[in-house]
Design a protein around this ligand. Structure first.
Ligand code: SAM
Length: 469
């Protein structure tokens, strides 16, 4: 189907009648109220990073301890806190993952988790915050461009123990019984996004729904196969079609899956049809977009991972820049040095043998000529020892100039300095006498014109928090 030019939103036409009919008759939805909600503007919400000093304002999202709804959309792009990974702008229904994760029974365990369809990283950054620090998150994305955004978001989030992969179904088929937690936020027909992204409405067709259902079934089968006994699959979409949601859950229930979402859903969230088939979100009932979520446990007893430290250890002078030099396993991958918790070394080897791994941990150093320099991800990472490099704390106007890629004037600038803004690590600058050369990645630069809408103004940002993981 041809796409219209981005930015030229097609006129709103309301819910397709056959979809409205299905929602009324199969799910008892008040489609008049739903249509009205779809004609209003989308709520703006964000989720703060529990490990970074974060802004807190707006109305709390009922099912997410770090979620907030704002009255208007500020110019997030011009807020250094966004670039420093202090928060992630995410629509509120998607934050239901937190409520579901609470009941999965794995919250305090060291687990290996996979986000199978991870870009741009909303669920991955959330899941990374929900997992114990020692757990490992594998964030997978097939689309190269979207994967770059995923990496950027995960690096800015700053947590350790994150691996990014570029696998397809065939790759993950070779990893049966591997993961304790799998999040499958599947590509879908996007009905729940009709308000936020009016383009989704022009793309919608019954054929697209059937096509998505087929793609999802393959993904569901691969995700289920890759789970360990006792492991939990979180399946979600942003659509309301039964063949894209509950039908896949029924398929897994036939294979012995146990549905674990309580029938008592958070206020405004609808328990789907027969209890046990998942939760549904509708924009006329909550401050969020359309969404579907289910959680299914694989039968069998859960067993802890082998916690012994492998004999083969990597070492590098770069370990000394890390908060836990002895606990980190360093891998050189495509000339870039990456760090991951040493206990995951064996799992990482197995993963790298099966799936194209793009970053086997958090990148910490990269070559420039014959010399290794700190990687942009390290400046944003909580793995970095606070005293490893000199720091320069920039006020907001200078931080914005830095984020635009400008060099900053200096009297006598030398060596490598870490740029921070109100205590939050941003990036690197290289001294060149009368100026600081900017090392902020060009792909991450602010390119937008100065905002005409209100800039973000966080009045009470706690500082001096404990940033250790
Ligand atoms: N979980 C993400 C988040 O919360 O930010 C959103 C994921 S989006 C709904 C679905 C993703 O699946 C897209 O990034 C898309 O590129 C990817 N995808 C599309 N087809 C796929 C396939 N056949 N296998 C795996 N991933 C696919």
């Amino acid at each position: 189907m041809g796409r219209t030019k981005p930015g030229t939103a097609p006129p709103r036409t309301g819910l397709p009648e056959e979809l409205a009919l299905r929602l009324r008759t199969d799910h008892g939805v008040d489609t008049t109220a739903l249509d009205l909600a779809l004609a209003a503007s989308s709520p703006v919400s964000f989720r703060t990073n529990p490990l970074k000093p974060s802004p807190a304002c707006g109305t709390p999202v009922p099912w997410c301890g770090v979620g907030h709804v704002l009255p208007d959309r500020p110019a997030f792009t011009f807020d250094p806190f966004l670039h420093a990974g202090a928060y992630y702008v995410q629509e509120a229904s998607s934050m239901l993952l937190e409520e579901a994760f609470r009941v999965c029974g794995l919250t305090d365990r060291t687990v290996l988790a996979l986000d199978l369809c991870a870009a741009p990283g909303g669920k991955s950054t959330h899941l990374r915050s929900l997992l114990t620090p020692a757990s490992l998150l594998v964030a997978n994305e097939v689309d190269g461009q979207r994967r770059s955004v995923l990496q950027e978001n995960l690096w800015k989030w700053g947590h350790g123990n994150v691996v990014v992969t570029a696998g397809n179904n065939n790759h993950f088929h070779c990893l049966p019984g591997t993961f304790d937690v799998v999040v499958l936020d599947a590509p879908c027909s996007g009905e729940g996004m009709f308000r936020k992204d009016p383009h989704a409405l022009t793309q919608w067709s019954p054929g697209l729904v059937q096509q998505c259902a087929r793609v999802q079934r393959d993904l569901v089968d691969v995700a289920w196969r890759s789970l360990r006994p006792g492991g939990v699959l979180f399946y979600s979409t942003c659509t309301w079609e039964e063949c894209e949601n509950e039908d896949h859950v029924r398929h897994l229930l036939e294979q012995g899956a146990e549905s674990i979402l309580p029938t008592a859903a958070p206020l405004g969230v609808v328990t789907s049809g027969a209890p046990g088939l998942g939760w549904r979100c509708y924009p006329h009932l909550i401050q969020g977009e359309g969404f579907y979520l289910s959680a299914l446990r694989k039968p069998g007893p859960w067993t802890p991972h082998d916690a012994s430290i492998p004999a083969r250890r990597s070492s590098s002078p770069w370990s000394e820049h890390l908060v836990d030099p002895n606990g980190s396993h360093l891998t050189e991958h495509k000339t870039i040095l990456h760090a991951v918790d040493v206990r995951w070394q064996r799992s990482l080897d197995a993963l790298m043998a099966a799936v194209p791994v793009v970053s086997p941990g958090i990148p910490i150093a990269q070559p420039k000529g014959p010399v290794l320099h700190p990687h942009p991800a390290l400046a944003l990472s909580l793995l970095l020892r606070q005293d490893a490099f000199p720091e320069l704390d920039l006020d907001e106007p200078s931080a914005i100039r830095y984020l635009k890629g400008e060099a900053l004037p200096a009297l006598d600038a030398r060596g490598t300095t870490r740029v921070v803004h109100r205590g939050l690590g941003l990036g690197w600058m290289q001294g060149a006498g009368r100026r600081w050369n900017n090392q902020w990645p060009s792909a991450w630069r602010i390119r937008a014109a100065h905002p005409s809408v209100t800039r973000v103004s966080w009045s009470s940002i706690p500082t001096g928090q404990d940033n250790s993981e």
